[in-house]
Design a protein around this ligand. Sequence first.
Ligand code: 173
Ligand code: 173
Length: 324
Amino acid sequence: MNARSVRAAVALLLLAAGFAGAAGAQEVTLRLVSAFAENGIYVQRLQPWIQKVNAQGKGTLQINFIGGPKAMPPFEVGNAVKTGVIDMALSTGAFYTNVMPEADFLKLTQVPVAEQRRNGAFDAINKVWNDKANMQYLARMVENQPFHIYTNKKVDKPDLSGQKIRITPVYRDFFQALGANVITTPPGEVYTALERGVVDGYGWPIGGIFDLNWQEKTRFRIDPGFYDAEVSLVMNLPAYRKLTDTQRNFLQQQLLALEAENSFWARYSTDEIARQEKAGIQTIRFDAATAKAFHDRAYDVGWAAALKQSPEIAGRFKTLFAPK
Ligand code: 173
Ligand code: 173
């Protein structure tokens, strides 16, 4: 090549890079998978948000909803975010303890996510998620959803001995402390497990049991609830860092708007409790002292397990997650 054709080639390359910049760098499309069912309450609430992001984010940032558990098994979603197979996920830490055991610690928060953003908890979470999972923890879109024990075997005290209970890592240590035999399954296998008598009951938050028709196979709910269901958006860290300032600021504004809708969940709990009662699900209640001991034990067992697993991280989180 002579000097002139080199200059021409360089000019062409610069032009091509310029076009790529114009078409590619300013609008990014992020692929999102949900670890929760597409017809369930979490995705029902996520869909209008995605639509709004895509309407307002034209030319900046778009989200492509790939699907739910039919597109990818729920317990593989975390690893897919970590490795960048997908950009973003709606999931819960309990579903990606295979990426890092600390993922499940977020069930132990006792302050709202808005306060977590103020008191440093959110940043502390992100440091761990960045370092250990190659993820950015974007937003918590579910709050005020305590977990409960649902069972077909009546009890008159907090004792699950002789019961087979479906779990995820959320419930393992607590339910074992209560004497249960536990079986881990994704939500999609709960109905069949109940139907076949493989399990007597299951752990799940106060809301959502109707989404997969579990009310048909559920006789009792044990009160009180314990912990707080953590359902959040997470993102592959390199994909997050690749966003331009404009894209990241736009996304951040949308994430804060999503969290600002979290007052929905308290109303939803009230509605779901009424709906369960109407469906014939009986509530098992303990006397006040037993109920308090049950609730306290859930946290004691949960934190003991976390501190044993990761003393330094759990110790940091415990202060930041404590009720005021
Ligand atoms: O599957 C589960 O019971 C579970 O761990 C979970 C976590 C957050 C929300 C809903 C369910
Ligand atoms: O002790 C801990 O919290 C822990 O397991 C850990 C692991 C990696 C980095 C920092 C702490």
